[in-house]
Design a protein around this ligand. Sequence first.
Ligand SMILES: [Zn+2]
Length: 371
Amino acid sequence: MRPRVSDILEIIDGIAPFRLAEEWDNVGLQLGDPTAAAARIMISLDPCREAVDEAVASGCQLLLTHHPLIFKPIRSLNLQEQPGKILAKALRNNLSIAALHTNYDIADGGINDLLAERIGLTRVEPLARHDSEELVKLAVFVPKGHEEKVMEALFRSSGRIGNYSECSFQTEGVGTFRPLPGAEPFLGSPGRREYAEEKRIEVLLRAEDVPAACRALVAAHPYEEPAFDLYPLLNKGSCRGLGRIGHLSAPLPLAQLASRMKDALRLVALRVVGDGARLTDKVALCAGSGASLLRHAHGLGADVLVTGDVKYHDAREAEMLGIALVDIGHFASEIPMVSGVCARLREEVTAKGFTAEIMACESERDPFGYC
Ligand SMILES: [Zn+2]
């Protein structure tokens, strides 16, 4: 089965939920037709001319990028200038373009986790934490023999606790109801009290998933009027956020850590602020431009902050605070997104029974060179 653009965006929403994106960001479909086929998909960091040319030349119908194509409001579209040329080329060639930006920065398994993995960090946590998720307990009463279908529907959006999915609890009991005139009961007859053997199934879900879970429950439940309760909980869900902070498996001198990053990220050069002999253990990182998190990282006891786009005054501030700073470059810090999204998307597309070719853009380059 060939996916549509909307099917792929739904899968991406599972990998890096669009709701996680920062308020100022512009993620999701940038241009195109959600109902169009998306059997050939390209992934690139930027919606640059090279990436669009390559996607069109490769017969792709969807280009997924990290940075959004449309970020600031467009006041006019001159087809002789950028971004008009790119937009026109994409539209003429039926190429849809969508972005997964700060939602992929924040998501579990997203760009910052990929970077933490390449640097070799353990015990990794978000660096700049957002509020914890609100949790809700859902309890539904299901006639015996129909619980699997209802659980299957609920587990699509609930039942996740840490690294465990499909968590639930069941108890048996007897439910009563009297169908009133006009009812078309699944069990029993109008006017008579029915005693039904039922199971009470409890699952945990995030408050924002309640509407989807209720819709799925009602669709899968055999009763005309499914009975279910929703309880707000005092316990909180997981906490997400930008950047990551973690530990090296063993402390390393700053110069050695820099050299490891050069190898792991295949860098020609990187910039280091701090004494190369200084031991580093706790490492904070933020893919892209994360120098604004310097004081925060220092406050959390990080020995070093790894990011891109470091300015002169950021370096001076790091010296003043006594925290090391490593600038690996914006492009290098985020290019692992391409292989990361390719791999996850291939897995998910196959798992959902779709057939699509997913390829990495090969022509985009870091705009900065070294000589
Ligand atoms: Zn970026």
